[in-house]
Design a protein around this ligand. Structure first.
Ligand code: KG4
Ligand code: ZN
Length: 337
């Protein structure tokens, strides 16, 4: 049978990415990061849209070239319809539509959060693909979810956050510590030199499966503010211990809820996905689930944070179902799961 070749395009936040997959095998996965947001303490939507506009053509061209695939060989173009920043999504969707019309290629609309989960079906060296069904903890900058994956096209949310996402908890506490955006990866780095048990921040009491991280953010804010009153060098002196303690709180919460989800569902295959799954402490703590008889799955590092390979693999499964998108589709900042 002829292999299925999908071009994926991702532009939901601050990464412009294009990827070509042949039968789920990665031929290319090009990502242009936007460093422009570092000094603003968060992604500035207007600046993100402009950067996508400059990056999209070179990134897609590079992905096709690296894959050594011509447009006439592409079976479908999958692009992120949402959720995400509306202006950023518009750039990817308009470009995908133009490319599709001019080359007579079918379009596929991808759901960004479901695509994070499907990163587990990408075929790449060092990555094992889980059998079905499995549980996936999806932790990104905007979402924190536990999902039951019945099949690549059938996912069901069983838990979400009531307020901040895990990535937001990292980024907002990092901001309190004076670190640039995105602070998550920096907390991970500084935490390596610190004591995770030095400071005990509170855990939210929101039931067995749900998440809440806004209390942690407030606790860190007041704790740091009070200590700065007596020691103006508090953050500077204690940065590794503060980072390790914050990270420990977030990772412990995530692992506890995952264990509860295993208990509730009886599903013993457990995966993590999304930007925060790049966190080294979370990746190693996931091993705790193996001691209760679970098989665990972690995407390769490049498929954790936003990337177009996950959009292309989403497209692969929609293509198999011949589930194509519409030229009239409009991207959405929020989109039902
Ligand atoms: O999935 P993603 O790339 O974009 C969204 O869909 O939101 O996730 C971005 C989030 C940011 O909050 C970032 O700080 C966090 O993932 N992140 C990390 C690490 N790498 C990325 N958080 C903690 N440790 C990391 N190593
Ligand atoms: Zn994402």
């Amino acid at each position: 049978m002829k292999p299925v070749i999908i071009l994926g395009i991702e532009s939901s936040c601050d990464e412009t990415s294009a990827s070509v997959l042949r039968n789920r095998e990665v031929l290319s996965n090009n990502i242009a990061n936007q460093t422009i947001h570092e000094n603003y303490g968060g992604v500035v939507p207007e600046l993100a849209s402009r950067a996508h506009q400059s990056n999209i053509v070179p990134v897609v061209n590079a992905a096709l070239k690296e894959a050594n695939v011509s447009l006439s060989e592409i079976d479908a173009i999958a692009y992120t319809l949402g959720p995400g920043l509306i202006g950023a999504l518009m750039v990817g969707s308009s470009f995908a539509k133009g490319l599709a019309i001019s080359n007579n290629i079918p379009l596929i609309e991808a759901h960004h959060m479901k695509a994070h989960v499907l990163a587990h079906f990408i075929k790449a060296n060092g990555q094992k693909n889980p059998e079905l069904p499995f549980l996936c903890l999806t932790v990104s900058g905007g979402h924190t979810q536990i999902v039951v994956v019945e099949s690549p096209t059938n996912q069901r949310i069983i838990a979400e956050t009531r307020d901040d996402a895990a990535g937001e908890a990292f980024d907002k506490t990092a901001k309190i510590l004076g670190l640039p955006y995105p602070g998550g990866p920096l907390i991970d780095i500084y935490a390596k030199e610190g004591d995770p048990n030095k400071y005990a921040f509170p855990f939210a009491d929101v039931g067995k499966l749900e998440f809440s991280f806004s209390g942690l953010k407030t606790a860190v804010l007041y704790f740091v503010r009070d200590n700065l009153k007596t020691n103006p060098a508090f953050i500077e002196e204690e940065l590794p211990n503060l980072c390790a303690s914050i990270q420990n709180n977030i990772v412990q919460t995530l692992i506890t809820k995952l264990k509860n989800a295993v208990e509730e569902t009886g599903i013993k295959r457990v995966a993590i996905a999304g930007g925060v799954s790049a966190n080294s402490a979370l990746r190693s703590a996931l091993g705790e689930l193996e001691s209760i008889g679970c098989e665990t799955f972690i995407p390769n590092f490049e498929f954790c944070t936003d990337n177009a390979a996950m959009i292309a693999v989403y497209g692969h499964y929609q293509f198999l179902d011949q589930n194509f998108g519409s030229l009239a589709a409009a991207p959405k900042a929020r989109i039902s799961f």
